[in-house]
Design a protein around this ligand. Structure first.
Ligand code: FES
Ligand code: FES
Length: 140
């Protein structure tokens, strides 16, 4: 019972006090932005990561226009990916979030939004970096 209560409190706390709500500067070369929507309900999630030179996620912020489960899922995701490498962060599955937050089946797509959002943020960051490292063409 004590364990059950601790678990319950952890879940509730992501609903009531979402962590890391906010924005990072979109044009910062160290920031990747993921913006995804859920076709099922039209909810939208923005998740941003700041990546250090050594490839470690050093800051995360999110803004979710959606249901409580989507907000809790994004809050959970921001805490989960802090301090991880991009590769590690890209492997986090929505099923883990759904389990941690005890989401019912009808709310599975809410956690999927968080998985899509972190992947999309990683892709954005990587495409920014690869553009930056392209040699500058002269004479065009
Ligand atoms: Fe997404 Fe309710 S359907 S908030
Ligand atoms: Fe659609 Fe939760 S009901 S994201």
């Amino acid at each position: 019972p004590a364990l059950a209560r601790a678990y319950h409190e952890k879940v509730i706390s992501h609903y009531e006090k979402p962590r890391n709500v906010g924005s990072l500067p979109k044009n910062d070369p160290h920031v990747g932005t993921g913006l995804v929507g859920a076709p099922a309900c039209g909810d939208v999630m923005k998740l941003q990561i700041r990546v250090d030179e050594d490839g470690i996620i050093s800051d995360v912020k999110f803004k979710t226009f959606g249901c409580g489960s989507a907000i809790a899922s994004s809050s959970y995701m921001t805490e989960r990916v802090m301090g991880l490498s991009l590769e590690e962060a890209g492997k986090i599955k929505n099923t883990e979030i759904a389990k941690e937050l005890a989401l019912p089946p009808v709310k599975l797509h809410c956690s999927m939004l968080a998985e899509d959002a972190i992947r999309s943020a990683i892709r954005d960051y990587q495409s920014k970096r690869s553009k930056m490292s392209e040699p500058k063409k002269k004479g065009f």
